[in-house]
Ligand binder design. Structure first.
Ligand code: KIV
Length: 277
């Protein structure tokens, strides 16, 4: 398969072909996502919860994002790889944002970066894009500033809040963002934004009318049991299969049926062995 590009994604919006996207944080998951033909991989800072066991994405560092991005890039040559700029790595100044975007691209090897926020980060988006790095925006529920939003809840429910989401989308498009994540907003606002911008929108709890959909790998495949948001559909129960496999292994070790003849190596004959005793 040929490498996914920003232009191909834009063409998909025009042709009304839906875009699929999921997260990955390491080589094996990236390998399987690529094999499934998913168009975009996000090396998301959601790794804070899914693989580090933290309660929020705030503590994630740019070094950790680079580390995981490198592994994902190795496993998935085909999808567009989005590196997530973590909290505090782009909000200080345009210079800081460009330096960290460059690091994520040069050291991590991703194709583009993503950052959270609307109008208030538009100047940062423009600076990164002008420096040569494509940017995906992320509006609606923005997990990095969840305390400011008053928790993980649906955004844009009033007319004023919905207008703010549409304004954010337009300003980000104007600043040069090539696509937008729309997280946890009413379906009709997801449709409104999708109709009003020319760049692809990818929903996560953004309703059926977005140009594409993204889910967190661990949520959709049953690998994260702490909390499952309403917008998640589970496509597999890998956690259950993992525990079943591990229990079988444990039981076979204990009853001696593993390793069996097929899993051991042969050496000297019994005769020769006797001489070694
Ligand atoms: O980090 C992440 O996984 C994300 C998704 C929720 C879009 O930003």
């Amino acid at each position: 398969m040929a490498k996914m590009t920003i232009q191909k994604l834009k063409n998909m919006k025009v042709k009304k072909e839906k875009i699929s996207m999921t997260t990955a944080y390491d080589y094996p998951t990236a390998y399987f996502v690529d094999k499934a033909g998913i168009e975009i991989i996000l090396v998301g800072d959601s790794l804070a919860m899914t693989i580090m066991g933290l309660d929020s994405t705030v503590p994630v560092t740019i070094e950790q994002m680079i580390h995981h991005t490198k592994a994902v890039v190795k496993g998935a040559p085909t999808p567009l790889i989005v590196g997530d700029l973590p909290f505090g790595s782009y909000n200080v100044s345009k210079e800081q944002a460009i330096i960290n975007s460059n690091r994520l691209m040069k050291e991590g090897g991703c194709d583009v970066v993503k950052l959270e926020g609307g109008e208030e980060v538009a100047h940062i988006v423009k600076a990164i894009v002008d420096s040569g790095t494509p940017v995906m925006g992320h509006i609606g529920l923005t997990p990095q500033t969840v305390s400011k939003l008053g928790g993980f809840k649906v955004q844009g429910k009033s007319v004023k809040a919905a207008k703010k989401i549409l304004d954010d989308a337009r300003v980000l498009e104007e600043a040069g963002a090539f696509a937008l994540i729309l997280e946890c907003i009413p379906e009709n606002i997801g449709k409104l934004v999708t109709d009003k911008v020319s760049i692809p929108t990818i929903g996560i709890g953004g309703g059926r009318f977005c140009d594409g959909q993204v889910l967190v790998f661990h949520d959709m495949l049953g690998l994260f049991e702490k909390f499952v948001p309403k917008f998640v559909k589970k496509y597999a129960e890998l956690g259950v299969e993992i525990v079943e496999g591990l229990e079988k292994f444990k039981n076979e070790v204990k009853d001696g049926s593993f390793p069996s003849d097929g899993h051991v190596f042969k050496g000297v004959s019994e005769e020769e062995l006797k001489r070694l005793y």
